[in-house]
Structure formats: structure tokens, C-alpha cells
Ligand binder design. Structure first.
Ligand code: DLZ
Length: 159
């Protein structure tokens, strides 16, 4: 799972399915917005680079990662999307709150994938420090948003 020695921004466009006909939802948590805006930029740029039309990218914001499940659920129910990307950044504090919200976000998004016939991609960073998050949202370890966009295209093309 470690990305310490891997740059997350590298992808081979020839191995990515044609994305021109797809429509994507992106739900962005406002907590640690330096990080989540970096992830969003990486995801959006990658979708556009792979041929997705700007009008086929729908962005919604939610207050925190805990709210990603509901935001994605509403996106699935009201927008005609082929895949949704859930973007968040959780940074460990001094209490167990971090673990509670991490588990809730992961479980909630997993449940959406089971319930709905549309993939929801987990682009939630769970880091010990802000620097680790910055390094993975457009920093020295690349951008996990890019990886999420490629996953979204690949999953959309399954249906
Ligand atoms: C409360 C809280 C804390 C302490 N830390 C984070 C965090 O690091 N990342 C994040 O996305 N959200 C955090 N939140 C907010 C919760 O996700 C949620 O928005 C609130 O508990 C309200 O339901």
C-alpha cells in the first residue's frame, strides 16, 4: 500500500479506455482543502486529458469526509453519471476521531458500490501528517487524484 517509492501521477494513456462519452461526478470534502483541491485538480486534469468533456464533469462540495457518502449517494441518485470520485483528506489527530471517520467514509463508500450499479472511487487520503498528504496530492509522490480518475474511467468502461 505504501506510495513512498511510487509516483502516483504516471499513467499510460494507451492503456486507458476511451472516455469521451462518459460523465463523471466528483464530490470534494472541504476539510484540509489545500490537499483536497490538489486532488481535485489532479483528477479533473486527468479526466480532461483522457477526452472527457468539461461539461461532463459535475463537482459538488461537502463539509468533511464523513459527508462524502451522502454527497456521493445524492450524486448517484440525481445526476446521470457513469462513475463518481469521492475526494477527502483525513489527517490523524490526538484522539480516535480519525479512525472513526476513516472507517465511516470507507465503509459508506463501499456500501454505495454494493447498492448502486455505478462505481464510486475512493480518493480519500488518510495520513499521519499534513506533509504526507501534500506529498500525495500534487507533491513529490505525485497525485492520488490522477490515480482515482484513471480508476474511474476504467470502472465506467465496465458497464
Ligand atoms: C471533525 C473533523 C476532524 C477532526 N478532522 C477531519 C479531517 O481530518 N478530515 C475531514 O475530511 N474531516 C474532518 N472532520 C470533519 C468530519 O468529516 C465531519 O465533517 C464532521 O464530523 C461533521 O459531520
Amino acid at each position: 500500500m505504501a506510495t513512498e517509492n511510487k509516483n502516483l501521477s504516471q499513467y499510460d494513456k494507451t492503456s486507458v479506455p476511451d472516455a469521451r462519452a462518459f460523465r463523471f461526478g466528483i464530490v470534494v470534502s472541504e476539510w484540509n482543502d489545500t490537499v483536497t483541491e490538489g486532488l481535485f485538480s489532479g483528477a479533473e486534469a486527468t479526466l480532461l486529458d483522457c477526452g472527457v468533456l468539461p461539461e461532463n464533469i459535475v463537482r459538488w462540495n461537502v463539509p468533511g469526509s464523513f459527508e462524502l457518502t451522502f454527497g456521493c449517494k445524492k450524486m448517484l441518485e440525481t445526476q446521470d453519471v457513469d462513475a463518481v470520485i469521492a475526494i477527502g483528506s483525513l489527517i490523524r489527530g490526538e484522539t480516535s476521531h480519525f479512525d472513526v471517520v476513516c472507517n465511516a467514509a470507507a465503509q459508506g463508500i463501499k456500501d454505495l458500490n454494493v447498492k448502486y450499479d455505478c462505481p464510486v472511487i475512493f480518493c480519500v487520503l488518510t495520513d499521519d501528517t499534513l506533509q504526507q498528504a501534500i506529498d500525495r496530492s500534487g507533491g513529490k509522490h505525485g497525485n492520488k487524484g490522477t490515480e482515482a480518475a484513471i480508476a474511474a474511467i476504467k470502472m465506467a468502461s465496465l458497464s
